[in-house]
Design a protein around this ligand. Structure first.
Ligand code: NAD
Length: 328
């Protein structure tokens, strides 16, 4: 197939090229996000590939259909940015990469927690300036602390396992408790108890209408004072205004985000020369106990290879009319 990759980042191009060429596909890259404005770029291609912040709504799908595009390959697991009904009506199959590396995301959540708790972000800058003072760098042992995990799916379970290795007490909430987590010594509790007992809370559930703003002012008020919150899942799980209030009142002792509810127009871009108009994000960056990364939790070599190979295989499966288990 001739495949146009939208939102193509430098870090993924070599992996994608290698995987596509190996399976006989031709590949071209486009830095722009897919939108109503850029859909016309797909002219002459059999398939397009998109990522988390591309817009694949009914209007875009109608344009793709009129251009003869025969497949949409997501390079991610989530598909909340795709109008699946419109794609089905147009007869354009949509395929995705359901799992690429749960370790990548879980390990990044742990990295954020450790950096925040031990003030690595402050120490790094201090030492570079010849300041070896320890003032303000006191952390807490994770060992023996209670860690609350919301969502014990593929990523949440890896996170639980790492934290159990640290000697933490791990409690969890999930709509569907799982045996594997129980075997690790994870204790399932209801949300109210998780909020009341956790020193650290890490979010690993999907963004759904039920989980939108799960962490709101009411939830924050029911947590332990000084709670550390880690979100590597989806930005919409956290009510940003409420968490800013929690940080100001010291109810929240630390916040680490890899995702942000208004990230779509910001993340994955170099905006260092621009004025960023998002006041809430900018306010968050002023707190000494907030660490933000720009949706990079998935970004390991292993995950990129897996994403590239699965995407290429998905398109080959569609091309040969074989059933594709990753079709939505
Ligand atoms: P998964 O489907 O394996 O697990 C999700 C878990 O959440 C399931 O056990 C499910 O039962 C549970 N869940 C669903 N609704 C819930 C609710 N209302 N309350 C509590 N639990 C609920 O997914 P995963 O692969 O572990 O991924 C988890 C999330 O991580 C994804 O939804 C995605 O948003 C995010 N993610 C982020 C990155 C990144 O780079 N930051 C990369 C991949 C995935």
């Amino acid at each position: 197939m001739r495949v146009l990759v939208f939102s193509a980042r430098k870090d993924e191009r070599a992996f994608l090229r290698q995987a596509m060429v190996k399976l006989g596909h031709e590949i071209a890259f486009e830095e722009a996000h897919l939108s109503g404005r850029t859909a016309a770029l797909a002219e002459g291609y059999d398939a397009i590939s998109v990522f988390v912040n591309d817009c694949v709504d009914a209007e875009v799908i109608a344009s793709l259909d009129s251009l003869g595009v025969k497949a949409i390959a997501l390079r991610c697991a989530g598909y909340n940015n795709v109008d699946l009904d419109a794609a089905a009506n147009a007869g354009i199959p949509v395929v995705r990469v359901p799992a690429y590396s749960p370790y990548a995301v879980a390990e990044h959540a742990v990295a954020l927690l450790m950096a925040l708790n031990r003030h690595i972000h402050k120490a790094y800058n201090r030492v570079r300036e010849g300041n070896f003072s320890l003032d303000g760098l006191v952390g807490r042992d994770i060992h023996g602390k209670t860690v609350g995990v919301i969502g014990t799916g593929t990523i949440g379970r890896v996170f639980c396992q790492i934290l159990r290795g640290f000697g933490a007490r791990v409690i969890a909430y999930d709509l569907y408790p799982c045996e594997e987590a129980l075997k690790m010594g994870v204790e399932y509790v209801d949300l109210a108890r998780l909020y009341a007992e956790s020193d650290i809370i890490s979010l690993h559930c999907p963004l759904t209408p039920q989980t939108h703003h799960l962490i709101d002012a009411e939830a924050l008020a029911s947590m332990k004072q000084g709670v550390i919150i880690i979100n590597t899942s989806r930005g919409g799980l956290v009510d940003t205004q409420a968490v800013i209030g929690g940080l100001k009142s010291l109810q929240v002792g630390g916040l680490a985000l890899d995702v942000y509810e208004e990230e779509a127009d910001l993340f994955f871009e170099d905006l260092s020369g621009e004025v960023i108009a998002d006041d809430e994000l900018m306010r968050l960056t002023t707190f000494p106990n907030v660490i933000i990364t720009g949706h990079q939790a998935f970004l390991t070599q292993e995950a990129l290879i897996n994403i590239a190979e699965t995407t290429a295989q998905n398109l080959s499966d569609l091309e040969s009319n074989a059933s594709c288990s990753n079709q939505l």
